[in-house]
Each structure stands twice: as C-alpha cells, then as structure tokens.
Design a protein around this ligand. Structure first.
Ligand code: ATP
Length: 252
C-alpha cells in the first residue's frame, strides 16, 4: 500500500481509501466498491470525519438491540472486508454471533476469499459460502442467504448495504441496523437503526458499547431502545453536516 504520512491532516481517510484499493487488488472488493467508498468519503467529509452525537446515540441503541436479540447476525461485504475485517471479527466475538458474507456483485471466488480472511482473523462461525435459501423479493444472486445466519436472524447488522436488500430484510420482519454515511440513502431511511458514521469508526464504537452494556439488564436495554427515535437521529445527522459546513465558512 502507498505510504501515507501520519501527519497528513486527512490520514484516516487516505488510509481507508488505500485499504479499499488494496481490497480490489486482493480480489476481496469489487471495482464498484471503489465508487461506494468515494461516495462514503464525500459524506464523511461533510460530517467532519468524526462520530457525531447522533451517530453515538445510534451506536448505543444498536448495541442494546444486538444484546437483546435472540439470533443476531452480522453481514460482511467486500468493502467491509477491506476496511474492518479484524474489527468485525471482534464484534462477532463480543456478541458470540455468526458473520455472513453477503455480496452485491457475488462471485464464489470473492465469497471464499472474504470467508478465509475472516477465519484468519479469528472468526469461528463464517457463513455465506453455501447459501441454502433466499430472501424474498430480490433477484437470485442478491437474494442468496443462509439458514442459521441472516435468513433466520431477528436482528441483522448491514454495513454499506444497498437499499433493496435492506428493504427486503425489513419486509421479512427483521430489525435492521445499517451503517451508512449517507443519511438520505434508502438503506438509512428504511433501517430500524441507522448509524450515519464511517464503518472504520462505527464498528469499534459498537463493540465498545456492547462491552459497556454487557452487564446491563434487559429492562434497561429495552429502555434505551424505547427512548430511541431513528427519524430524529437521521434529521440530526443532516443538521450536524450543515453546522459543520457553516462552521468552515465562519473560520475563513
Ligand atoms: P441505496 O440503495 O441505499 O440508495 P446506494 O446506491 O447509494 O444505496 P451504494 O452506491 O451501494 O449505495 O453505496 C453504498 C453506501 O455506503 C453509500 O451510501 C455510501 O455513503 C456508504 N459508504 C461507503 N463507504 C462507507 C464507509 N466507509 N462507511 C460508511 N458508509 C459508507
């Protein structure tokens, strides 16, 4: 990967860009994944490349939802595998849940490479290589799912997912937690909890919140969820972008 000086003011963003480019070279990420990363970078730039207060609230609610779930599952695609493979495995460990490789531009080779990478990082249960069912309402390749993973889950974490799939999972009656920097994306609008944060910050924050809440009783976890309002969180994320932009002009 290209060496990026730590002193660079946008170090984290440039490292993430390199990781996704490297993911394409290694055959983990599709070329379309580069475009998704570019779109994410633009929204992150508008947010100020930070976890905003509304995102932190969504992350806490997501941790509570995952801890209360009976059968949660975590979805991993090519961008996720390039950016946060270790962090996704750590989250899976913290929750004791399976990871499922789930690709928009599915090839068996890429699924295998991502599954291998996750196992190398210490993952125990990795699904997706042998899908045995499908999510209703989607075309064949995108519908593929695995029993015991996303298909049977009551709560699914979908980082960087497309809107159709998010909608189809919600239509199956699942609670869906999205990680997507675009608060206007269909995915963010349809999800039960929308984390408008960069996945490189969101996943470690989520794991930290899961650990922090792990001794909290179910009633208190439910209280966190009852007081959570996703529509308000999405509105606030747009306001946070606007305030950040206005602050830039005031500084000049
Ligand atoms: P939708 O179907 O929901 O409207 P889309 O077509 O905009 O989605 P894609 O082009 O597949 O979706 O892009 C994936 C989404 O992932 C984009 O909304 C983008 O902002 C977001 N994204 C990309 N990189 C990251 C990242 N590193 N962290 C969080 N979100 C990201």
């Amino acid at each position: 990967m290209t060496e990026i000086p730590r002193s660079h003011p946008r170090y984290a963003s440039l490292v993430a860009r390199e990781r996704v480019a490297d993911g394409v070279k290694k055959g983990l990420t599709s070329t379309q994944g580069l475009i998704a990363q570019g779109r994410g970078e633009a929204f992150d730039y508008l947010l100020g490349e930070r976890t905003t207060p509304s995102a932190a609230e969504a992350e806490k609610a997501a941790a509570a939802m995952l801890l209360l779930a009976e059968r949660p599952a975590l979805s991993v695609n090519g961008n996720v595998a390039a950016l946060v493979p270790e962090e996704m495995v750590e989250l899976a460990w913290a929750l004791n849940v399976p990871l499922e490789v789930n690709l928009f531009h599915r090839t068996e080779e890429r699924v295998g490479k991502i599954a291998r990478l996750l196992r190398e990082q210490g993952a125990v249960r990795v699904l997706g290589e042998e899908p045995d069912t499908s999510v209703p309402g989607l075309d064949h390749a995108r519908a593929l799912a695995t029993r015991g993973g996303i298909y049977d889950a009551d709560v699914v974490l979908i980082p960087l997912e497309d809107g159709d799939r998010c909608e189809a999972l919600v239509a199956m009656g699942k609670k869906v937690i999205a990680i997507d920097l675009n608060p206007l994306a269909r995915t963010s609008r349809k999800a039960t909890i929308s984390i408008v944060d960069n996945i490189v910050r969101a996943v470690p924050n989520l794991t930290a919140a899961v650990r922090e809440l792990s001794q909290t009783g179910p009633e208190q976890l439910q209280e966190i969820l009852d007081s959570y309002d996703n529509a308000s969180v999405l509105r606030r994320s747009v306001q946070e972008m606007m305030s950040h932009l206005q602050a830039q002009f005031r500084e000049e």
